[in-house]
Design a protein around this ligand. Structure first.
Ligand SMILES: NC(=O)c1ccc[n+]([C@@H]2O[C@H](COP(=O)([O-])OP(=O)(O)OC[C@H]3O[C@@H](n4cnc5c(N)ncnc54)[C@H](OP(=O)(O)O)[C@@H]3O)[C@@H](O)[C@H]2O)c1
Length: 314
């Protein structure tokens, strides 16, 4: 099978498409023929060198990727919940390695859910890490409801475009930041108020928020705290390993949350259900083949993706 091997820490040129053996499964595992894979900033960060990189490079083979959809090729003898031919998707192996940048991957049963019939392989693959991050953060920490005022940064990106849709689903009033070219997109997703971050300072416009969903980090932490009411919640997504968010929020009389997703089958089933009912609709802006993986990484790395970028397998 074709698989993308990470040769070393570095640029996109470290991703090499090679022919390797299809992986073997044990009695508790499932072999899936990959249909689509979504790529995430965490894979760029792992390729560039982060806390996952050395561990991944010690793996044989060292294949990136967590998000995928596919068709079950073979099940181990203890598997009763799934059968050959089932269409499935999920976040595989997280926070260890899912190795989904390949024509086949191996999954545990708890990492898979069925793809609804009215959802494509690409849409399913897109609705994984980005979707569960927005869903869990806004439901569990933001506790969004129709009385909530929420500010969502990077509302046009992978996580943000799901964030706006979930916030709408929970009934919140939404302020959203992105650049002017993405205004229509973000408003159609459900944002009530749009702020062009390139020409406007959101911290001068937005006040008394109950929740900020921050997908940028850095100086957005301080600026976002200025927009919160006392007791408001700042959920900072890119700063999962940095205590600064809690400390700064406490000083400002707010609550700071460092978020890390927890992959649960229950939440992925809930996402499958919301996809089926069209309550959330993933936006796929670009699709690449596995042979174009370097280009796909370079595109995501620019930091201006609208919705999600997908790798489609043959
Ligand atoms: N902790 C966790 O569990 C977890 C899970 C998922 C993701 N993350 C992290 O969350 C972050 C976001 O991920 P993502 O997949 O959503 O990224 P992404 O898809 O690459 O985000 C791109 C979007 O960000 C917008 N953007 C860039 N700079 C902006 C700014 N200053 N203000 C407002 N919008 C801006 C861009 O809009 P323009 O084109 O208009 O500039 C673009 O649409 C990443 O750091 C990722 O690693 C963490």
């Amino acid at each position: 099978m074709k698989a993308v091997i990470l040769k070393d820490i570095g640029g996109a040129e470290q991703l090499s498409v090679e022919n390797i053996s299809i992986p073997q499964i044990n009695e508790d595992e499932i072999l899936v023929k990959t249909k689509a894979v979504s790529i995430n900033p965490i894979e760029i960060k792992t390729r560039n060198g982060n806390r996952f990189s050395k561990l991944l490079l010690q793996e044989k083979p060292s294949i990136l990727g967590w998000d995928a959809s596919g068709i079950i090729e073979k099940t181990g003898k203890n598997i009763i919940d799934f059968k050959t031919g089932d269409r499935v998707f999920g976040i595989i192996g997280f926070p260890k390695f899912g190795k989904t940048y390949a024509e086949y991957f191996v999954a545990k049963k708890d990492d898979l859910v069925l793809v609804p019939d009215n959802i494509s392989d690409e849409e399913a693959a897109a609705s994984t890490i980005a979707a569960i991050t927005a869903y869990q953060a806004l439901r569990d920490f933001g506790k969004l409801n129709p009385a909530t005022k929420v500010l969502i940064h990077a509302a046009s990106g992978g996580v943000g475009h799901f964030g706006v849709q979930f916030a709408k689903y929970f009934g919140a009033e939404i302020w959203a930041t992105a650049s002017e070219g993405k205004r229509d997109f973000v408003q159609k997703l459900g944002a009530d108020h749009f702020i062009d971050y390139k020409t406007q300072n959101f911290e001068e416009i937005v006040k008394n928020m109950d929740v900020v969903f921050d997908l940028i980090g850095g100086d957005y932490i301080d600026k976002s705290l200025d927009t919160l009411k006392k007791g408001g919640v700042l959920i900072s997504i890119p700063t999962a390993t940095n205590a600064e968010v809690e400390e700064k929020a406490e000083k400002a009389g707010c609550i700071g949350v460092r978020f890390s997703l927890k992959n649960t089958q229950e939440d992925m089933k809930a996402i499958a259900d919301l996809l089926e009912k069209k309550e959330i609709i993933p936006h796929i802006s670009k699709t690449f083949s596995i042979d174009e993986i370097q280009k796909a990484h370079q595109e995501l790395e620019k930091g201006h993706t609208k919705g999600k970028i997908i790798i489609k397998m043959n």
